[in-house]
Design a protein around this ligand. Structure first.
Ligand code: KG4
Ligand code: ZN
Length: 303
């Protein structure tokens, strides 16, 4: 609900910035530049963030840096952490150029080739719904809360991934399509509930496991083809859906099979976060890539 989202942005932007400064132990006069999302995204929400960022830059006499949200998801891989626990699976390693990134979020499903911090080439994308929508809409049909991806993930852990089958569309150019899968999911549930009103509660874990397994296989199938075609073996994932445990595990095991070096973001950098915007802004800051104060939001900003 775009209107509610933008009102929430207005309500939260000041407390969030106050809290961020406190946590970073900084004051506003320590800040050298303001990085802000120009798009893609919901117009009303982008407008709140952009207007606030412009005012701050103007008041503090510091430069404004515009950031592409999808580039920022990918550049989250370059965030360096202090005190990384080496026993953790996720080490502080960064991809070498060129690398491929499967960027999977609520609004996008893309395979991108990254040749430097400012060279992004879109190699494949969805032709209809995004993968996050495929998760969220299925969750809604099951009566789960929004966003439903994490709930499907949770129930899938306890289910049989082979209990139900879904179709895999074959498109040209390694593009994706999720609308057919979504429709077949809807009909599976509808027809089964007609026969057994308790179908969802009786089979929730198996439904979630099968649907998730299908979606993750489909994502990784095209990614594997693109890796072969480009001969790139540095493979990353990014975006909200990269928090999915099956995607993370399957990517790691595919990596071993195909001799890839894989890059899986820390959980807090998967779903939308400000650190990734700061990271993307930092690379532009180093190149003095500032923008004017008359920039406008770009809800459909391409990568
Ligand atoms: O990147 P993001 O935070 O926001 C956008 O830019 O869209 O992605 C949000 C999406 C939602 O569709 C949400 O259901 C999905 O990421 N998501 C997940 C998981 N965690 C978040 N999907 C599947 N499994 C998860 N664990
Ligand atoms: Zn996002």
């Amino acid at each position: 609900m775009p209107e509610l989202a933008s009102r929430d942005h207005q309500k939260n932007i000041l407390p969030v910035i106050d809290l961020a400064l406190k946590k970073a132990d900084l004051e506003l006069h320590h800040v050298n530049a303001i990085a802000v999302t120009l798009g893609p995204g919901l117009s009303g929400s982008l407008l709140v963030g952009l207007s606030f960022a412009k005012s701050l830059a103007l008041a503090l006499h510091i430069p404004l840096i515009e950031v592409n949200h999808m580039q920022a998801h990918i550049l989250a891989h370059f965030i360096k952490e202090n005190n990384v626990n080496e026993s953790n699976d996720i080490k502080n390693k960064i991809p070498h150029f060129p690398f491929l990134c499967l960027t999977v979020s609520g609004g996008h499903t893309q395979i991108v080739k990254i040749s430097s911090v400012n060279q992004f080439e879109l190699l494949a994308e969805t032709e209809d719904d995004a993968i996050g929508e495929a998760f969220d809409k299925a969750a809604k049909i099951l009566g789960l809360p929004y966003p439903g991806g994490p709930f499907i993930n949770k129930f899938a852990l306890l289910g049989n991934p082979k209990a139900f089958k879904f179709p895999t569309p074959q498109l040209k150019n390694n593009n994706y399509s999720f609308s057919g899968v979504k429709t077949s999911f809807l009909y599976l549930i509808k027809n089964s509930v007609d026969e057994n009103p308790n179908f969802i509660s009786d089979n929730l874990n198996d439904i979630c496991a099968s649907y998730q397994h299908h979606l993750i296989n489909y994502l990784l199938k095209n990614l594997t083809i693109v890796s072969k075609e480009t001969n790139i073996k540095q493979i990353a994932i990014a975006g909200g859906v990269s928090a999915n445990s099956e995607l993370r595990e399957q990517l790691a095991s595919l990596g071993k099979q195909h001799n890839w070096e894989t890059f899986i973001p820390k959980m807090e950098y998967c779903t939308d976060n400000a650190a990734m915007i700061a990271m993307a802004g930092y690379f532009k800051f180093l190149e003095n890539q500032f923008c004017e104060l008359d920039v406008i939001p770009l809800p459909r900003y391409g990568i």
